[in-house]
Each structure stands twice: as structure tokens, then as C-alpha cells.
Design a protein around this ligand. Structure first.
Ligand code: S3P
Length: 443
């Protein structure tokens, strides 16, 4: 099991290019596999999670070729290098192109692979099985099983958990009120909706990320969005795409926070996607007093992209909840670290979803921040964090959760002495090369 060690050293200075967006990389593979013809995905995230999606479609007979070097995210405990840009060519054979896989499809650690695939497999005229690693096998799947069963798919599961066996076939369109604001649930239903005659509608309690909607529209699918309601017209022929994936805001987030909380730092983070369904962290950090500047705004493949300049700034605690939660969903671990470095109290509520991520992120962050001397109260749906001037070095557990590992590595920059984070291979699910980037900024 690999570990990383972090020491408080110099201010962080310089510029970095974070890895390509994970959510968009998954979707680019899925939609291209279902399109008719050859698609090219540039700046693809060659890390374990999106590679699980590639593996799934290859198992179903879709031709996918990867050009460019990449570690593929394997091994090295977060020390793997991010490759030079990777391009993927996918030859899709249409909605009905996927063939029955010979073996169970292994989704690894990736909830996005499993839940979005459920939507695609619900529409296929065969049975298939999806499995995952120990963390994914603990995650709730009823949230996709329920609507897809209403549409006509048949599921077998371990009491709502993976492995899942899906028997797909003729589906009927539904109008579904989702009890959770989840892009994975919304996307699974919209993908299944492609296999229905008529219009499938999903309504969500708050707005979750909208990459699927943007990409379906770009593929020529008739999709309408009104507030929190998205409708898709089925049986379209998807156009192949040529897309360049923007860099991942959720990976940039570790360096945005590091730039803000490490005294004397100034970090420029290049070409980051700032889709407004993802950027709650920017609004929150600014409200806490962060000096963040957005420069060179442009559009890349239908997504807004900027350079972000993050400078050290003293932060003050604040209350966070409501519709800010889905816009910040993957950034709570690093936000907790920023809160631990702020003056005063930060209260996060309405974030119960954090309990069912790659780990229970409320419990994980509470336990690990406490080890660094921070006063944390765990709430059913959030945390109360009392910021402090200096953190204590500690021996940190990652719980096999990439975002806990990387967040606590950044916390280590505020500690006096050496912080060790164990079990860091998980970093390669989303951010091979994380440690190398951090070390370059410390020089
Ligand atoms: C994702 C959606 C979010 C997010 C996850 C990626 C996606 O999950 O936490 O990391 O790509 O659709 P939920 O949809 O479960 O909120």
C-alpha cells in the first residue's frame, strides 16, 4: 500500500495544468460509443475511473483506440505522471451497437461508470452484470434501479448494492421526480430515455451538473431544460463528436485551496472548466475572503474555461448549505481543509450525500481533521469546523478515497512537521501526477 509524505515548506508558487475533467471524459466515451461513426475525444483523462468506462464499452465490442502516453492511472500512489494529452478515437455503432459482454463488467471504483452504464444497459436486449471494488460495492444503487425498473428494466442486486445484473429490453418513457440532486441518477435516466419512444423527463430537487445535457444536445438529441426539469426525446441518432475535454475543476480545487491557505502562495491554474453547476467552491471561498481571479475566459467544446489565479488570503468561517451543496459536492473534503485553516466556525449542512461517496466523507474528514488538532463536530448532514492557526502533523488514513487523500495532503502544508497519508493509490482514479504537481509548486 503506498503512502505520501507532506511537509510544510515554502509558499506555493508557479503554474499548473490540472488533469482533464473526469465527468466529461466518462460521458465523451459513453455518448461516442452510442453515436454512429467515428468520434475523437482530445485531452481525455487517462486515469483509472474513465478507463473503467473505456473497458466496459470495449467489452461490449466498441472499438476504442487511445493515442498518447498515459500512466492509465495505475500504481504509484498518486506519484504517477499525468501524461501529455491523450486522444481517444471511438467508432460507435449506434444506440443498439453494444454487444452482450462475455464476463461481468468491472467498474472499479467508479460510481459514474456504474450508474451511467445502468441507463445504457437498461436499453439493451441482453443481460449483463456490473461489479465494482469494495468501496463501490458499498454504494447505493437503488437510486438508479428504481427509475430504470419503472421504465421496464429488470435488476438483481445485493439489496440495492453491486454487483448488479441488468436485463434490458423494451423501455417506456417516464416522468421521474428524483429524491436526490444527482447527475448520475439524472444521466442514467436520460440515457435510458434514448431507448424509449416518446419523451422521458427527470425533475431534480436542486440542479446537479449538466454535462450530459450539454453533450446530448451537441450530439443532435432533442433535449429541453426548464429550471430543474430535463426532458429528452428518444430514438434519436447520435452524431459522433470531436471534443476537447476542459481541465477538471474538481482536481483544480486542491490547488485553488492550497494557493489560498498556504501563506505567501500564488498559484496559476490553467484551462479549468467553470461550468456553474460545479463551481460552488469558488463562490464559497470568495465569500470566506479568498483572493481568486479568473482570467482568459473562453469556451471549449461548449463548456466555459478560465485560468484561475489563487493567492494566499486569510479566510473567515461561514455557513454553507442549500443549493450550494450540489454545486460543491465533490469539493467538500478540500473545503473542510480550508475551513480548518479559517478564522472562526464553518457550518456545513444539507450535505447528507457526502455519506455515500467513495467513503463516508463526513465521517472521514471529521476523523482525519481531528487528528490534526481541529475541533470538528459531525452532524447527520454535515460538519461544524472550528478553524485554527496551525495544524498538527499526523498519520492520516485515506479510506481508499482519492479526494480525502488529496485534501489531507493539502492540510499537511499547514502543519508543523511531516504529515503521512497512507493508502494513496486511490489518487490515481482521478489525478495521476498529483504529488508531482504539488512538489513542483513547493520548489
Ligand atoms: C458525478 C456526479 C456526482 C459526483 C461524482 C461525479 C458525475 O455524483 O459526486 O463524483 O460525473 O455525474 P452524484 O450524481 O451521485 O451526486
Amino acid at each position: 500500500m503506498s503512502e505520501i509524505r507532506v511537509r510544510h515548506t515554502n509558499p506555493l508558487r508557479g503554474e499548473i495544468t490540472p488533469p482533464p475533467d473526469k465527468s466529461i471524459s466518462h460521458r465523451a466515451i459513453i455518448l461516442s460509443s452510442l453515436a454512429e461513426g467515428k468520434s475523437i475525444v482530445r485531452n481525455f483523462l487517462h486515469a483509472e475511473d474513465p478507463m473503467s468506462t473505456v473497458g466496459a464499452f470495449r467489452q461490449m465490442g466498441v472499438e476504442i483506440e487511445i493515442q498518447g502516453q498515459g500512466s492509465g492511472g495505475k500504481g504509484q500512489g498518486g506519484r504517477g505522471e499525468v501524461s501529455s494529452p491523450v486522444a481517444v478515437t471511438i467508432t460507435g455503432k449506434g444506440l443498439d451497437g453494444p454487444r452482450r459482454p462475455q464476463e461481468a463488467i468491472d467498474c472499479g471504483n467508479s460510481g459514474t461508470t456504474m450508474r451511467l452504464l445502468c441507463g445504457v444497459l437498461a436499453g439493451q436486449p441482453f443481460s449483463s452484470t456490473l461489479k465494482g471494488d469494495a468501496s463501490l460495492s458499498r454504494r447505493p444503487m437503488k437510486r438508479v434501479i428504481e427509475p430504470l425498473t419503472q421504465m421496464g428494466a429488470v435488476f438483481q442486486s445485493e439489496n440495492g448494492h453491486p454487483p448488479l445484473t441488468i436485463t434490458g429490453g423494451e423501455l417506456k418513457s417516464i416522468s421521474y421526480n428524483s429524491p436526490v440532486a444527482s447527475a448520475q441518477v439524472k444521466s442514467a435516466i436520460l440515457l435510458a430515455g434514448l431507448y424509449c419512444d416518446g419523451i422521458t423527463t427527470v425533475n431534480e430537487p436542486e440542479k446537479s451538473r449538466d454535462h450530459t445535457e450539454r453533450m446530448l444536445r451537441a450530439a443532435g438529441v432533442d433535449i429541453s431544460i426548464e429550471g430543474l426539469t430535463v426532458s429528452v426525446k428518444g430514438r434519436a441518432v447520435l452524431r459522433p463528436c470531436e471534443i476537447t475535454v476542459p481541465n477538471d475543476f474538481s482536481s483544480a480545487a486542491f490547488f485553488i485551496a492550497a494557493g489560498v491557505i498556504v501563506p505567501g502562495s500564488e498559484v496559476l491554474i490553467r484551462n479549468v472548466g467553470i461550468n456553474s453547476t460545479r463551481t460552488g467552491l469558488l463562490d464559497i471561498l470568495k465569500a470566506m475572503g479568498a483572493d481568486l481571479r479568473l482570467e482568459n475566459e473562453k469556451e471549449v467544446s461548449g463548456e466555459p474555461v478560465v485560468d484561475i489565479l489563487a493567492r494566499y488570503s486569510p479566510l473567515s468561517g461561514m455557513d454553507i448549505g442549500g443549493d450550494m451543496v450540489p454545486r460543491t459536492i465533490d469539493e467538500f473534503p478540500i473545503l473542510c481543509v480550508a475551513a480548518a485553516s479559517a478564522r472562526g466556525r464553518t457550518k456545513i449542512t444539507g450535505a447528507k450525500e457526502l455519506r455515500v461517496k467513495e467513503s463516508d466523507r463526513i465521517a472521514s474528514m471529521a476523523a482525519e481533521l481531528r487528528k490534526t488538532g481541529v475541533d470538528v463536530e459531525e452532524l447527520e448532514d454535515g460538519l461544524i469546523i472550528e478553524g485554527r492557526e496551525k495544524l498538527k502533523p499526523a498519520f492520516i488514513q485515506s479510506y481508499g478515497d482519492h479526494r480525502i487523500a488529496m485534501s489531507m495532503a493539502i492540510a499537511g502544508l499547514r502543519a508543523e512537521g511531516e504529515t503521512t497519508i497512507s493508502d494513496t493509490d486511490c489518487i490515481n482514479t482521478s489525478f495521476p501526477g498529483f504529488m508531482g504537481m504539488l512538489e513542483r509548486l513547493q520548489r
